[in-house]
Design a protein around this ligand. Sequence first.
Ligand SMILES: *Cc1c(COP(=O)(O)O)cnc(C)c1O
Length: 397
Amino acid sequence: MSETPDAPRPNLIRRTVFPGSISRAVTTPLQPSVVYASPDPDALDDQYEGRAKGYTYGREGHPNADVLAQMIDRLEGGEGGIVTGSGMSAVTATMLGLLSAGDHIVGGNQLYGRSLRMLTQDLPRWGITATLADPTDVGAMAAAITPATKLLLVEAVSNPTLRIADMDGIEALAKDRGLTLVVDNTFTTPYGFPAYTRGADVVIHSVTKLLAGHSDVTLGYVLARDPAQRKAIYDTNVTLGLTPSPWDCWMAERGMYTFDMRFERAQANAGHLAQVFADHPAVEAVIYPGRPDHPDHNRANALLNGQWGNMVSFRLKGGRAQANALTRAAPQIAFAPTLGDVGTTLSHPASSSHRALTPDGRAALGITEGFFRVSVGCEPIKLLSDDFRNALDATLT
Ligand SMILES: *Cc1c(COP(=O)(O)O)cnc(C)c1O
């Protein structure tokens, strides 16, 4: 083996020292490093034993995740939130972190579709079972509890039918029976429903939706009150590798700066649009918690504090043909199964989130072929109203 003599080449491997500056960057630096070099083994001991703050390996934590977590902590009114790679990884880390084989969950029967799937199809393979119950009826939730029940998982406002859970009753039930109350607060956000300050033990977000707000990252977040539960969720997140990339956290942080303004604007737009729908002859029913004809309006009044959110659902007169006509007549409004984008998006549960149900199963929820859910965005309201009036007109021809 002959060694090539040192070529007269510059050293590009040893990293160049990052230039110092007496002036500071205004934005948060994006730190993609997966590894962090420590001075010596004693320093590593100090880090692992919690005597000194230091990062070690990206999957176990990194500055961009911590910056984002602290922003969401401030919104929820807690501390020590954990950022995960998606909303579903937040649900996964919580369930697998807090439960063991033999444990039982009571979940809302209109949870996010993938959460429903996890409870009914995936967790049972690991010996964790679930019963679904109607969260607008605390009696039904109570009746589903068994001696093996450890945890309740609910969303305050259901998707896409916008029913309001009996959160007063459910909070009291969890406390009374010593169960961990987990609230997925994605839909409502802490502005619509301050889940943590009201007393939920664990709060989950899909940061992908309103918090990041631009449909360009998937991220999740978990806030747990009890330090032992927090640690269990953190360790599960790290062990299962559900952790987020610095780039996504940095993007979400950027989105969060305008969350407040986007929320206010989208919410005001939603109120206007609900009226546009109600006034239009093509619409059979409008579902919006701020309307007196909403089935849970009184409860919404008590729980949501006038923060009705940005989601409005409605039922068109007619069936699939009218539904097709609506989306075709509004190509500028993304027909896409998501929510919380800065722009308005439209979803049709019968062909997307609820397609696995039978037509009868959907009908029981009020989800017809004419049912649409609108995630209202921040466009000028005149533009939105005109777009929707035109699209609704097109369903009548
Ligand atoms: C979207 C959503 C999730 C899942 O979040 P992802 O970021 O898509 O994994 C969970 N819960 C609710 C209520 C959601 O809307």
